[in-house]
Design a protein around this ligand. Structure first.
Ligand code: AMP
Ligand code: GLY
Length: 423
């Protein structure tokens, strides 16, 4: 198969690495890729949102399948774009209508209500219903959770302790704080518990496979302090997501979601990411994403023993029945190296040196690029993810921390407490 993967982060590095290991892969292109992905295929200077450009590339290079890393192309309708052209190429992902599970929080909440999927109680408001929004806030206990309905680059969720500040934030959001993304605001009940990320790949016909469960570390600071980031590390498996918990997840959340998509006529042939919270042993959905997680993919892919290309193709063709998803029993942990200052302003172009292909670990590039002379430099906030296996989580994380000592760039920053809450 000739495969085109869209994206440029650590997630796409992990997908590219796994795809490149398949005997089924004849050629792999990554658009636009990063300073490390050329090790797994060919980087192509194309934007994942340039559908016409992608279509020309698909025709010129006889691409059989497009795999989409991030949500933007999916929410913008890349699945439908190619389906409408006669399906000359398989696209792994949801249709535009189904991608609204991530693209609109209000749509996702309505979907969950309709199908009896456990989630926080909520109501949605617009500028016209601001007064009702204030009244609803007064009925809730703090903290108050306010969410921009649309995509807001991961920044659209505010959790506020004080009622007056929550009222101000609501007015501010409806007044355009996140542009059109916050023209509708979802206000919901605050849920208290530990979060985890559950991933499935589905074929749109009721078939699905569970992938390894993971937990990410979102805050910049140790002890989960400071601002949110794109993710500072991840671990799989997750000790509290044991067999009993996962049985509830499948029965109450995964199955009803798969059945609900079908009942609603929403075409979905790709990854579903369930952002869950464990409330006293019961899973509830915090959010849906229509793609894999980052940095979760950097621990999920290493633990998937089965051929990813077989799974992707079967999902895109609508029949996963004969394709297994076998899981490695070892633990995997990834630690993200970021630029000093991230998630605020940070410098780029810092030379990266040291041991980037250690025996012990997998180094997935994220925000890296190559200078014209081939040397490697930083080009983003999250620079690379260092993943290791271990018989235990403790062993895996220790191996990643050792490998990190041998990687150098000015401003190298990372959390030293990844997994400490779990072991
Ligand atoms: P989201 O973009 O929906 O994933 O929200 C970002 C983060 O806000 C989540 O990962 C949670 O940590 C937190 N969050 C969102 N909704 C709630 C809620 N109802 N209760 C508690 N925390 C929440
Ligand atoms: N790690 C969370 C996300 O990918 O959205």
């Amino acid at each position: 198969m000739k495969i085109l993967l869209l994206g440029s982060g650590g997630r796409e590095s992990a997908l590219a690495h796994k795809i490149s290991q398949s005997e089924r892969t004849e050629a792999l292109y990554i658009a636009p890729g990063n300073g490390g992905t050329a090790a797994y295929g060919t980087n192509v200077a194309l934007s994942p949102l340039d559908f016409d450009g992608i279509s020309r590339f698909v025709a010129d290079n006889a691409i059989d399948m497009i795999v989409v890393g991030n949500e933007d192309p999916l929410v913008a309708g890349i699945y439908d774009y190619f389906a409408d052209r006669g399906g000359e190429v398989l696209v792994v992902g949801p249709s535009k209508a189904a991608a609204a599970l991530e693209g609109s929080k209000d749509f996702a909440k309505q979907f969950m209500m309709r199908h009896g999927i456990p989630t926080a109680a909520y109501r949605s408001f617009t500028a016209e219903t601001l007064e009702q929004g204030y009244a609803f806030l007064s009925t809730l206990q703090p903290p108050y959770v306010l969410k921009a309905d649309g995509l807001a680059a991961g920044k659209g969720v505010l959790i506020i302790d004080e009622l007056n500040q929550a009222r101000e934030a609501l007015a501010d959001m409806l007044g355009g704080r996140f542009g059109s993304a916050s023209a509708t605001v979802v206000i919901e009940e605050f849920l208290s518990g530990i979060e985890c990320s559950v991933f499935v790949i589905t074929d749109g016909n009721g078939g699905y496979r569970l992938l390894p469960v993971a937990k990410d570390y979102k805050r910049i600071g140790e002890g989960d302090t400071g601002p949110n980031t794109g993710g500072m590390g991840a671990v799989s498996p997750v000790p509290f997501a044991d067999e009993a918990f996962m049985a509830k997840v499948e029965q109450r959340i995964v199955r009803p979601t798969i059945d609900g998509l079908k009942a609603d006529g929403l075409v979905y042939r790709g990854f579903i990411f369930f952002g869950l919270i464990n409330v006293g042993g019961d899973p509830k959905v915090i959010e849906y994403n229509v793609r894999m997680g980052d940095p979760e993919t950097e621990v999920v892919m290493p633990r998937l023993r089965s051929d990813l290309v077989d799974l992707l193709e079967a999902a895109a063709k609508g029949d996963l029945a004969d394709v297994p998803a076998e899981i490695d029993s070892r633990a995997a942990v990834t630690v993200m190296l970021v630029s000093a200052g991230y998630p605020g302003a940070y410098a780029k172009g810092k030379a990266i040196t040291g041991c980037l292909e250690p025996q012990s670990s997998i180094v997935y590039h994220a925000g890296t690029s190559r200078e014209p002379d081939g040397s490697l430099v930083t080009s983003g906030g999250r620079v690379m993810a260092v993943t290791s296996y271990g018989d235990t989580i403790t062993e895996a994380v220790a191996t990643s921390y050792r490998a990190i000592e041998d990687i150098h760039f000015e401003g190298k920053t990372y959390r030293r407490d990844i997994t400490r809450d779990l072991v």
